[in-house]
Design a protein around this ligand. Sequence first.
Ligand code: DLL
Length: 435
Amino acid sequence: MKGFWDQKSECMSREQIHDLQSKKLAKLIKRVYTNVPYYRDKMQEKGVLPEDIKTMEDIEKLPFTTKQDLRETYPFGMFATPMEEIVRVHASSGTTGKQTVVGYTQNDIATWSELMARCFTMAGADRSSIFQVSYGYGLFTGGLGAHYGAERIGAATVPTSSGNTQRQINIMKDFGVTVLCCTPSYALYLAEAIEEAGLSLDDFKLTAGIFGAEPWTENMRGEIEKNLRIKAFDIYGLSEVMGPGVSMDCQYKNGLHIWEDHFYPEIINSQTCEVLPANTDGELVFTTLTKEGFPLIRYRTRDVSSISYEKCACGRTMARMSKPSGRTDDMLIIRGVNVFPSQIESVLLDVGETSPHYMIIVDRVGTLDTLEVQVELTADMLSDEVKKLEDTENKIRKGIETTLGLSAKITLVESKTIMRSEGKAKRVIDKRKFK
Ligand code: DLL
């Protein structure tokens, strides 16, 4: 049937999914207990043996894995196969500490390509599509992950990588690219650059965009869909768990389908580690059920989401995670209030009178935290009267106060003065960290 890459797997009954996961988990635990001393030690500390793990319900007996564990075993200590079996290595950027390194066997790369193929087919792409992969190629998983998936469905794949925006636009137009893969912030930048170059969207054949690698709101999706005249899909993943393609939303855009035959999701309370019920917000945790090179048990992603198990209108039975609202470590605490940058983005785009480019600046004056939101004027607002601009500022200020209960200084800045991003956007400057 059109719209599915692997309908049998994507539409299994919940019972089938549970049985398959249980079998895979038991096998995985035996393997890591034998091959990864770090996991064996942690299980022994908890008094758990591989034979104690028979069904998915037993997962709660197992210890969690954190980024810290990966750092302690840097670079290859958590690999579960000899290096002879590893064919690819990626690494996270390591901006907040030592980088984490992940390894893939030939089978892992094949599975990854297969899951990306499911994602891309879900977005309506097929062998007649022309893909432009503007995620960075290199140690980052975005470029090569998308590349292998696009080739797997037989699409013509153009590996532009990130950067050189003018060239990206020319290629998109001249090659008749139909599907764009990049971060949502870069998609917005590309749309702006197309307009600036005086080109018309009629000169492009773009129909869909597959965007991820950073949090983005529903309002931002609307903005991108309007500015590029495409359907925008949200793809999620992280290098430790695989890379892009752990989950993606379907045409109904009602949560991202997690490929549960390969990844077992849980939501926990990040303070107590208690497992939370469906449809409750908390920290997302994944166990990789089939990875050979670098399997992960109950890996704490630090991403905030919730999981729903209701069947989706698209026919897929795989659980859906809500659009991640941010990372627990990106959450700002301002005057005691928890703030995710995505909440501010939502307010800005709800008001909808400015451009969608913004920067959040947090500081401390004496003992008081301050919040400033800089947001760009659109080109046509430049000629607006002061009164009108003040009105816009007031609307945003009120919106933030209603949503977060925080007062904020709103600064409208000139068009094109906020830094554009070609990869993951930087939305926050927290000056308190330097005090
Ligand atoms: O960003 C993998 C990826 C590439 C995903 C391309 C999608 C597209 P990392 O660099 O390891 O891997 O960063 C992973 O990025 O834990 C989330 O915090 C964030 N993230 C990724 N996708 C989304 C998304 C790649 N769709 C970290 N929505 C994750 C929100 C996302 N956050």
